[in-house]
Design a binder for this molecule. Structure first.
Ligand code: SF4
Ligand code: SF4
Length: 494
């Protein structure tokens, strides 16, 4: 059972609970240990990937941009290394988003809130900003002193220095997002010479501001009050999910070292392993006390494990009073039984179902990617008028055709009709006498060719609507076909 944030219940006015809770500032103490080092590694990796990706190049030939990852809104394309997604293929993006969602479910059911603790952008930025705080103001105690000190010239100078560094970091990180939406080297030159599109400056301004506010001032409040994910996760966790857990059965009754010694000397019952040093709470980036049980505020970053292991080492007791542990294993340990084997914890029906669905969607997307046609055709029939009866008695229907060449080279394509014998086609830059059974044309690389196409019906065509196919074929065997109808007036050819 996940407890709600205890701070929600704190502020009261008389007997009436208040819906608004003023933020209690958090000044996490510096800590070193395996989880802290892992967090550094993930932070560096995430920021490096984020910064470097827009500058990677990928050769797609002369007709497409050479940026490896690019969301080209102007031309409505999404490039990701060898993959190019067109607007009509948005289902690939939707599929990837669904996979990301199910992947999060899978990760949560196997290793709890690992995303929140290590890789979520809000966590990465908050961590970075807390480190800047320590560099400028000092560790927890110095920050607390400065926070409680009256406003003086020196406090103001420190604050201005810190906010300036926050702002530079926000600009360099949040602002860098724009490089995913245009050629990065070009946009950077334009940006600094003041000739970039105003949208670029506005976007950088907004992203800098939101990073500055969310990472600098709101921090853990985003996780506790704004983000829906902790609520969803609370519903997904069960007794087999890995959580950062304080082992009550081992830590309680808690008491200082002094108390423990006094109990030993006077023959009173022994106290638990928790020496009530509050180090777990002091290092927590969200300021909670994990000894109160699992909470929405716990992003499972593991820093309290580092702190408590250090405390245990100092008093010569085994590590792991706070540890990554399933509720089931914690109960087993309390009874003196061995932990559930790791494989059994990971390979359970829920995780296997998530993995199965995730893998099936992934395989489906890969299959569609491998078999998708790079030449596509779409057709919209004119409805007003449905047909035109020419002076010689022939009937002409009009169509708007889109011929899409998704390859990075021009292609010679033949467009022809099928299923309606004797029909001839021509475009609006041709005379109807030049109409023929098939038209050849060159479709430039990476382009959608829009055509006005007319179909002249065969003499004696049946009245009403006749179903036919329009086919596009290139020399290498690429092809696509669509169906449409040819309308003729009642009594035509009778
Ligand atoms: S309680 Fe521990 S694991 Fe949870 S957020 Fe705080 S330090 Fe991280
Ligand atoms: S760090 Fe460990 S010993 Fe210290 S208060 Fe927290 S749980 Fe108890």
């Amino acid at each position: 059972m996940i407890a709600t944030d205890p701070r929600l219940a704190e502020p009261t006015h008389g007997d009436t609970p208040q819906l608004y809770a003023k933020r209690v500032p958090v000044f996490p103490r510096k800590i070193d240990g395996p989880f802290r080092r892992f967090k550094w590694a993930v932070m560096v990796a995430c920021l490096a990937v984020y910064w470097v990706t827009p500058w990677l190049r990928w050769n797609r030939g002369a007709f497409a941009p050479d940026q490896a990852v690019l969301v080209d809104l102007a031309h409505r394309r999404f490039y990701m290394f060898a993959i190019e997604i067109w607007p009509h293929e948005f289902y690939f993006v939707a599929g990837l988003l669904i996979m990301a969602g199910i992947g999060l479910f899978l990760v949560t059911s196997v290793v709890g809130r690992a995303w929140c603790g290590y890789a979520c952008p809000q966590t990465v930025w908050t961590d970075l900003y807390q480190h800047i705080d320590r560099l400028i103001d000092g560790d927890r105690n110095a920050q607390l002193r400065l926070h409680n000190a009256p406003w003086t010239g020196s406090k103001l100078a420190r604050r201005l220095l810190k906010w300036s560094v926050w702002l530079v970091v926000a600009f360099m990180t949040g602002g860098a997002w724009i490089f995913y939406f245009a050629d990065a080297p070009t946009l950077q030159r334009q940006f600094w010479t003041g000739v970039a599109d105003p949208v670029a400056y506005i976007t950088v301004g907004l992203l800098t501001l939101t990073t500055f506010v969310l990472g600098g001032f709101m921090r853990e409040q985003v996780c506790i009050y704004m983000c829906p994910w902790p609520r969803i996760q609370s519903a997904m966790l069960d007794e087999k999910s890995l959580l950062v857990t304080y082992k009550h059965w081992r830590g309680e009754p808690r008491g200082s070292l002094k108390t423990a010694h006094r109990h030993l000397e006077t023959g009173l019952a022994a106290v638990g392993d928790c020496i009530d040093c509050h180090q777990c709470q002091a290092v927590c980036p969200t300021g909670i006390d994990i000894r109160d049980g699992a909470q929405i505020g716990c992003i499972t970053c593991g820093l309290c494990i580092d702190a408590c292991d250090k405390a245990m080492a100092q008093i010569g007791r085994p590590r792991g009073l706070i540890d990554y542990c399933t509720l089931e294993d914690s109960a087993r340990e309390a009874r003196g039984q061995a932990d559930t084997p790791v494989l059994k914890t990971i390979l359970r029906p829920r995780t296997l179902i998530y993995f199965g669905v995730w893998a099936a969607i992934g395989m489906g997307l890969l299959f569609m990617l491998g078999t998708r046609t790079r030449l596509t055709l779409s057709v919209a029939k004119d409805r007003n008028p449905d047909y035109v009866q020419l002076s010689g008695g022939a009937v002409r229907d009009g169509f708007t055709v889109k011929l899409r060449n998704m390859e990075d080279r021009p292609r010679r394509v033949t467009v022809a009709t099928a299923g309606i014998s004797g029909a001839r086609i021509f475009t609006d830059d041709m005379d109807d006498h030049a109409a023929r059974g098939a038209l050849a044309m060159v479709v430039p690389a990476d382009t959608t060719l829009r055509l006005r196409l007319y179909l002249l019906g065969p003499k004696g065509a049946k009245p009403g609507a006749v179903l036919f196919q329009l086919k596009a074929t290139d020399r290498e065997g690429g092809q696509d076909q669509v169906r449409s109808t040819f309308s003729t007036p009642e009594g035509n050819g009778q």
